[in-house]
Design a protein around this ligand. Structure first.
Ligand SMILES: Cc1cc2nc3c(=O)[nH]c(=O)nc-3n(C[C@H](O)[C@H](O)[C@H](O)COP(=O)(O)OP(=O)(O)OC[C@H]3O[C@@H](n4cnc5c(N)ncnc54)[C@H](O)[C@@H]3O)c2cc1C
Length: 463
């Protein structure tokens, strides 16, 4: 880690010549945390620029004065990416939130990074267009944060993740130089894929100041199916079977009983089939209503053949919203049960979901903790939540690490990976280092060195 300088009064004056800056702890404290349990680090100063040029000048100053910079979207990250672990300056993108352009002809949108994901979706849907990536936090996270994390969501199964929609980026480099990559173009193989490198780089390679996103026509029809299963394994096996039969729903979400019971605490109502071990929430969408009907009947039959105990169909907005509310509020519900949660975001090949769920049950039993799972089963991406509940802090520190290692070893032995969408941030750095091939790690370090030779961009994250 480089030796950084503190932000002195002189440097503060230089920053304030570029844009308004605050060091008032009443304000800066909120920028010392995100949605990751148990992590806090106070920044020395916070700025909320409104223009790319200001970001460029701030980074130029940071590289001259050698202070660390942490970019921040809207602070909903769950791996600690926006936490200024080395102090320094937080550059919040919250005020750069304009929807600059919706280009119907090219089916593209150009946005500033601080725009809330759900706001873009709402605006393009009014025009019959669709921006599919749908992190469960879509009403509170930013598109810049989505690009920086490579965010996914339930619809990734059919439509892919953020990475599949970014066609252009403008970026402020650590040196302060502004560069433009790609544009309103679908194809581009002119040299190495730098856009792909920035996606998921968690603010360690530069600050995204503008994003061009591909849109698609909005499928006007959708039907949701809620399907209860007698065991986690049966639900897991059904996911692979649906895929094997060539069925492509928009989402296949998995929720185990404890996850839904936690959600009930937040939504303050009982969910259907609350006594069943696991449920799948399957959304089927399309452009023609008749095709949809045939498809959802087939899906229902396959589920029933697999031992599903019922199939609840929602074909209107209010019923669909109730089903999805219960899914979306699981994280908040779990936080009510246990304010400290060790959240993993593992991915396994789809046909290994059932094996992983069995193994996590054994790990939970061995350590006497609750490990509650839900997630994007269609992508093999399971959110694994180890609840601290009333465990003493000392014991938690020790047990948490051992559990993490057991979960990660299980995932890797099944051909999986340690994070599918939440990123490495601070919380998974140790695991990335331990479980990644040294040559791969050194290639990653080479990329970091090329973009940020002084190491001022979001130090303490990823590598
Ligand atoms: C209840 C809940 C549900 C969630 N569900 C999902 C889900 O379904 N799928 C999913 O993928 N994630 C999910 N998340 C995680 C989180 O919402 C995403 O990671 C989101 O992309 C973060 O966006 P943000 O604007 O809050 O970014 P922040 O948390 O502010 O920042 C995240 C990272 O991006 C960097 N960054 C932010 N903006 C920029 C920029 N302009 N330029 C460069 N770097 C930048 C930061 O430095 C940091 O490393 C969920 C979180 C919560 C709390």
């Amino acid at each position: 880690m480089p030796q950084f300088n503190k932000i002195t009064d002189e440097v503060l004056r230089e920053i304030s010549d570029i844009c308004e800056v605050t060091t008032d702890t009443g304000v800066t404290e909120a920028y010392g945390r995100d949605e990751t349990s148990d992590l806090f680090s106070l920044p020395e100063a916070v700025v909320r620029p409104t223009k790319a040029e200001q970001i460029s000048q701030l980074l130029k100053l940071a590289s001259q004065r050698l202070f660390p910079v942490t970019p921040r979207g809207l602070g909903t990250g769950v791996s600690g990416g926006a936490i200024p672990v080395e102090g320094g300056l937080v550059i919040s993108l919250e005020k750069m939130n304009r929807l600059k352009d919706i280009d119907k002809e090219n089916m593209m949108a150009v946005v500033e990074p601080g725009l809330i994901t759900g706001e873009l979706q709402g605006k393009v849907e009014e025009l019959g267009l669709f921006y599919p990536p749908d992190p469960a936090s879509l009403d509170s996270c930013s598109l810049g944060g989505n690009v920086a994390e490579g965010a996914g969501g339930p619809r990734a199964f059919k439509y892919g993740t953020t990475k599949d929609y970014v066609t252009g980026l403008e970026l402020a480099l650590a040196s302060g130089e502004l560069i433009s990559l790609g544009g309103k173009i679908i194809k581009d193989v002119s040299g190495y894929n730098l856009i792909g490198t920035i996606i998921g780089s968690e603010g360690t390679l530069g600050i995204i100041t503008s994003i061009t996103l591909r849109l698609i026509p909005l499928p006007p029809h959708k039907v949701d199916l809620l399907v209860p299963f007698p065991s986690l394994e049966k639900a897991g096996e059904t996911v692979s079977l649906l895929v094997e039969k060539g069925i492509v729903p928009a989402t296949i979400e998995f929720m185990e009983r404890e996850a839904l019971l936690a959600s009930e605490q937040k939504i303050k109502r009982e969910v259907p089939f609350r006594e069943k071990a696991a449920q799948l929430l399957i959304e089927i969408d399309g452009y023609k209503k008749e095709e949809l009907e045939g498809l959802y009947e087939t899906v229902g039959e396959i589920c029933l053949d697999q031992g599903a105990e019922d199939v609840l169909v929602a074909d209107n907005r209010p019923d669909q919203e109730r089903m999805w509310e219960a899914r979306r509020e699981i994280p908040e519900g779990l936080a009510l049960l246990s304010p400290v949660i060790d959240k993993e975001d593992v991915v396994v090949p789809r046909n290994q979901i059932a094996t992983f769920l069995r193994a996590k049950g054994e790990i939970a039993k061995k350590y006497g903790v609750k490990i509650v799972c839900f997630g994007h089963a269609g992508d093999g991406n399971i959110h694994t939540n180890v609840l601290k509940e009333e465990m003493a802090d000392e014991q938690w520190k020790k047990v948490r690490k051992e559990i993490d290692y057991e979960l990660i070893r299980t995932v890797l032995s099944l051909g999986g990976t340690i994070t599918g969408e939440h990123g490495i941030g601070v919380v998974k750095r140790e695991y990335l280092k331990k479980f990644t091939n040294p040559t791969t790690l050194s290639l990653m370090r080479g990329i970091k060195q090329a973009f940020d030779p002084q190491g001022i961009m979001n130090p303490g994250k990823v590598l």
